[in-house]
Design a protein around this ligand. Structure first.
Ligand code: HEM
Length: 150
């Protein structure tokens, strides 16, 4: 295995690992944490929400950074191996656009601004949006991975 192969494996581990942590964490919040919070008294929800948020924010920031770095590396390799393949480039462009939208929502949703607090007032809706968009990104990635190189 040469250095380039090693970097490709490392980048794949980082990319898939970060995607699993972020998408899994979002699904957990939408379908497990949110309904569980709704089942406990209102007075107990605030401190738990704040504790979860403080920890989850670290995952979001580092996950976004890792996905961007490893994604840029993957994309550089993909551009070369799929040179001139319109479908690959179109789907990759769409994937990156949707991923950036996800990052924007996820970062604002875990932020400290007034807008973040307003968004968290409708966290069920925004978490659903993230789950749907992330599912689309994972599906697009699966197609990209299986398009034959040119
Ligand atoms: C929500 C964020 C993201 C998720 C959930 C995600 C998920 C994935 C997954 C599951 C794969 C397949 C990995 C494999 O089978 O080895 C993949 C591959 C890839 N991702 Fe991402 N990704 C995200 C963001 C990004 C970003 C921001 C970029 C570019 C800057 C990017 C570029 C790529 C590329 C180029 C590939 C390889 C495609 C190929 O096989 O040719 N991804 N991604």
């Amino acid at each position: 295995m040469n250095v380039e192969d090693l970097l490709a494996v490392l980048s794949r581990w980082i990319h898939v690992g970060a995607a699993i942590a972020l998408v899994g964490g979002t699904v957990f919040q939408r379908f497990v944490l949110a309904p569980s919070l709704a089942a406990i008294p209102e007075t107990d929800r605030g401190p738990l929400r704040e504790a979860v948020l403080a920890r989850w924010r670290i995952f979001v920031h580092s996950g976004v950074a890792l996905l961007l770095l490893s994604g840029a590396y993957n994309a550089m390799k993909g551009f070369v191996s799929h040179k001139g393949q319109g479908l690959y480039h179109g789907l990759l462009g769409t994937k990156i656009f949707v991923a950036l939208a996800i990052f924007g929502v996820a970062v604002v949703l875990t932020g400290k601004s007034e807008r973040a607090k307003t968004m968290r007032g409708r966290s069920g809706f925004w978490l659903s949006v993230l789950v749907v968009l992330a599912t689309a990104v994972v599906c697009l990635s699966g197609v990209l991975r299986n398009l034959p190189a040119t």
